[in-house]
Design a binder for this molecule. Structure first.
Ligand SMILES: O=C(O)C[C@@H](O)[C@H](O)C(=O)CO
Length: 271
């Protein structure tokens, strides 16, 4: 199996608190992006004291309470399935802060991390303030929920978006990359993809490749898998009959999403 593809690996760390994914700089090639998925039962609590990392807590499904220091945010989360295709609530937590997430209902939560040293205010990113963006034409249509885009200065490094791609379409396409700190032409951002499919027996294909093909992996990605993109182009193809959802976390030395399209396939945009 590819070293970039992670299957869900559920570990109950406390009663009702299950870690489904944990991507860190210790267990992956990533330096700037960390990522966890946790499942919570009602009333179960997960807490963490952040070191030199900021964190965006995304209520993927179900309802949660979040506290950060003495600030409390209650009943966050808007959907039972990501495929309701409506934005959800998130909370941005700065470095060196303590946070707790409690399940109100059964809930699945994404914790998106990147290095940070400059403290910023805690921010409730309300579902109603998440920008929705439709991109692409023909079989390249997808829509995006901009949870923490680079136009929002609330974070030091983190960028977080959700992407929905309908049956038979392609996204993160034409293939693009962002692995060189070469602004204004390209920024260096690592990335993780947390994937879900509707219906859940579905699958998508994701290729991660560099120009010299020293990295060239095409993965069959199933419901709940995570794909790690340390570098390279990273397109996603969705088979007929299935809808794809993914949550992207990006971070790097500069908080700018400036991608470079694979010149061989850029013509796709000119149709
Ligand atoms: O527009 C898309 O297809 C989504 C991608 O841009 C995705 O968020 C990504 O690859 C970010 O680099």
């Amino acid at each position: 199996m590819s070293h970039l593809l992670r299957k869900p690996n559920k570990k109950e760390i406390e009663k009702g608190v299950i870690v489904v994914h944990e991507v860190t700089s210790e267990n992956s090639p990533l330096e700037y992006v960390g990522f966890k998925v946790i499942d919570l039962d009602p009333n179960a609590k997960y807490s963490e004291l952040l070191g030199n990392q900021e964190c965006c807590i995304v209520a993927l499904t179900g309802k949660i309470n979040v506290s950060v220091g003495d600030e409390n945010f209650e009943n966050l989360g808007t959907r039972e399935s990501v495929f309701e295709k409506i934005p959800t609530d998130s909370v941005y937590v700065s470095n060196q802060r303590h946070f707790e997430v409690e399940g109100v209902t059964k809930a699945r939560v994404a914790l998106c991390y990147s290095p940070s040293e400059r403290q910023l205010p805690t921010k409730w990113i309300k579902a109603e303030n998440v920008g929705i963006e439709h991109r692409g034409i023909l079989n390249n249509k997808r829509f995006v929920h901009n949870i923490l885009p680079d136009s929002d200065p609330s974070a030091n490094s983190l960028l977080v978006v959700e992407v929905f791609t309908e049956s038979g379409n392609w996204s993160s396409y034409p293939p693009h990359k962002h692995d060189r700190d070469n602004l204004p032409n390209e920024s260096l951002l690592e990335e993780t993809y947390y994937h879900e499919m509707d219906p859940p027996q579905g699958f998508v294909f994701q290729r991660v490749y560099t120009d010299d093909r020293s990295l060239d992996e095409t993965m069959t990605v199933e419901n709940g898998d995570v794909v790690i993109v340390p570098k390279g182009y990273h397109p996603v193809g969705v088979p007929d009959g299935y809808t794809s959802y993914y949550l992207n976390v990006m971070a790097g030395p500069k908080r700018i999403w400036k991608f470079y399209n694979d010149p061989d396939h850029e013509w796709i945009l000119k149709r």
